[in-house]
Design a protein around this ligand. Structure first.
Ligand SMILES: Cc1ncc(COP(=O)(O)O)c(C=O)c1O
Length: 372
């Protein structure tokens, strides 16, 4: 038995679009990418969707657009201490400083009550992350952003199709970002997207992702600091199929998520599980779990799952205090207790559409056998 984190099967639609690009002898951003942007926006109700070469690049481009609104190099962007590393890396790559805020163990999302204490004169934006497809507490976050005049970037890379109080993630703040890396709900292999409802941001985002010149221009007329974050035609080809498959993938993954939550319910004395509130729609990105008591030894559980063929990963942990890469920012272990706890006691594994009932039973029985 091998339960992989994710799986990608490439079908006829993707092949048709790949072939089309090959026939046109054009792999760089072109008509496939335009169609992918249009269909992604239409599918999820975004006003504008701007493709990028990865979710990380989407985050970088979103951050770098802030310079057009008065942000200066070295200004700060608030970000959860515990998330996939792309968030803090992108803030740094765009020339800003990540200002970390602890998360809540129960939601795995930024703790809104701790945001205000992290705001300084240099704060320009809050980057929230809808971790494991669970929307952040956006009402409070938007209220704080309004009070301090901060932009909000919703990293929705793990939250395709999630909604908060009826609004799609990515439409609540100023910008939303997505990743189409393998194992996400819409998969393109690689690739990312920035979405926005703000007309003023569109040309800026397009320019930043293409070296800082007016998008579409081939002339060397650089107006702002930019990057090459363009998507290519082959990635868009796979992504176009991902959009076509979204409804069935989402439904199957959600069904799997609910089934596994039900099958493992008796372990709730041992584990925090993902919880969906009535006002939100969680996107079935993966299946996170956090030990309620560290005595159950997460490293041992990880090894046990691995031996039983279930591929799992940690829940990222505290970037500033549990990852050497951010040591230079001089945070100290203990500053982000919930993120650190989750880093030491949390795991997540795949919840993809190719898992069947037997797989789910196997996963739940394996978890039960560990705790019994
Ligand atoms: C929260 C979050 N942000 C950003 C990314 C980066 O996406 P990519 O791997 O496409 O660069 C990921 C990756 O899964 C992610 O989980």
């Amino acid at each position: 038995m091998r339960i992989a984190f994710g799986d990608l099967k490439i079908g006829d639609t993707a092949r048709k679009y790949v072939q089309d690009a090959l026939d046109r002898n054009w792999i760089s951003e072109g008509t496939n990418v335009r169609e992918f942007e249009q269909k992604f926006a239409a599918k999820f109700g975004y006003k504008h969707a701007i493709a990028a070469s990865s979710g990380t690049d989407a985050d970088i481009v979103a951050c770098a657009s802030l310079y057009d609104f008065g942000a200066k190099r070295g200004d700060e962007i608030i970000v959860p201490a515990c998330s996939f590393v792309s968030t803090a890396n992108s803030i740094l790559a765009a020339g800003f400083v990540p200002k970390f805020v602890d998360i809540k163990v129960e939601t795995l999302n930024i703790d809104p009550d701790k945001i205000e204490a992290a705001i300084t004169d240099k704060t320009r934006a809050i980057m929230v992350v809808h971790t494991m497809g669970k929307p952040c507490e956006m009402d409070t976050i938007m209220e704080i952003a309004g009070k301090y005049n901060l932009r909000v970037i919703e990293d929705s890379c793990e939250a395709h199709g999630a909604t908060y109080k009826g609004q799609g993630v990515g439409t609540i703040g100023d910008m939303g970002t997505f990743s189409f890396y393998a194992a996400h709900v819409v998969v393109a292999g690689e690739g990312g997207m920035v979405v926005t409802g703000d007309d003023e941001l569109v040309e800026i985002l397009k320019s930043v992702k293409s070296h800082g010149r007016p998008f579409g221009s081939i002339y060397f007329n650089f107006q702002r600091i930019g990057f090459n974050a363009r998507m290519n035609e082959l990635t868009a080809a796979i992504g176009l199929e991902g959009i076509e498959l979204f409804d069935s993938s989402f439904a199957k993954r959600k069904d799997n998520l609910y089934k596994l939550l039900e099958l493992t319910e008796e372990l709730s004395d041992y584990l925090h599980f993902l919880k969906e509130e009535s006002y939100e729609k969680v996107s079935p990105h993966a299946f996170p779990l956090v030990l309620k008591d560290k005595k159950h030894d997460c490293a041992k559980l990880y090894k046990y799952l691995e031996e039983k063929g279930i591929q799992s990963k940690t829940l990222f942990g505290s970037l500033p205090t549990q990852h050497d890469a951010f040591k230079f920012l001089n945070y100290e272990y203990g500053q982000f207790p919930s993120s650190e706890y989750v880093g030491e006691n949390g795991l997540h594994f795949g919840m993809h559409q190719y898992l069947n009932d037997d797989d789910l039973t196997y996963i739940s029985e394996t978890l039960k056998s560990y705790f019994k």
